[in-house]
Design a protein around this ligand. Structure first.
Ligand code: 5GP
Length: 189
């Protein structure tokens, strides 16, 4: 995805601790045209799988997951980070460490929207250490659902999430892979 790579190089800023700031088109302001292309790209990469549902995590995963769901004609469920009082049907819950916020948060999905036997595609903005992905794996295991694939807009290969997931046999597709943010320089693969 050359267009995504160009945006990362042009607008991305390196922060301390191996964090890439892309607030101008991912984490604060959104570019609907770009997100539409991202949805198309994920659709192509995962079209061969029999997926029932897309799952993501609020908030920044929702835009790419929604466009992927639009393209693939699939429902999109986002895991919540707080339990709403309206969630009465019971829910699956796990605890996830946030890489950017340096704290842990609950990850919650209602039993109404994740069923045993479903084939899940997990979509998120970033893959860093894989904590969010591990949370989704845990929740899908609790539900008896299967993760058929995982798609990330940006993977940072110098953190271990991608390695951990692929080693365990998960199909991981990343649209841009960052090999280094050292010296304030973004090095894309
Ligand atoms: P992980 O759970 O894989 O360790 O981290 C992924 C989550 O942390 C993503 O959902 C994303 O919100 C956030 N994150 C991780 N690394 C970065 C980064 O370099 N930049 C931004 N903007 N978010 C990140």
């Amino acid at each position: 995805m050359d267009i995504l790579r160009q945006r990362i190089l042009k607008e991305g800023r390196c922060l301390d601790g191996g964090i890439l700031k892309v607030d101008s088109f991912v984490n604060h302001q959104l570019d609907p045209q770009l997100v539409m292309l991202i949805g198309e790209e994920f659709e192509q990469r995962f079209a061969h799988l029999h997926i029932n549902k897309i799952i993501t995590v609020e908030a920044s995963g929702i835009a790419p997951a929604l466009m992927t769901g639009f393209r693939m004609k699939l429902p999109v469920v986002f895991a919540k980070k707080k339990q709403p009082s309206t969630m009465v049907a019971g829910f699956y819950q796990t605890e996830v460490t946030s890489f950017t916020k340096h704290r842990s948060y609950p990850m919650i999905i209602s039993k109404e929207y994740l069923k045993p036997g479903e084939n899940i595609l997990f979509i998120d903005d970033f893959l860093a250490h894989g904590n969010a992905a591990r949370g989704i794996i845990d929740i899908c295991q609790q539900a008896g659902a299967t993760i058929a694939g995982m798609g990330f807009m940006v993977e940072k290969s110098f953190q271990q999430g991608g390695h951990w997931l692929r080693e365990r046999g998960y199909l991981v597709e990343s649209l841009a892979i960052i090999d280094s943010l050292e010296g304030n320089r973004i090095t894309l693969r």
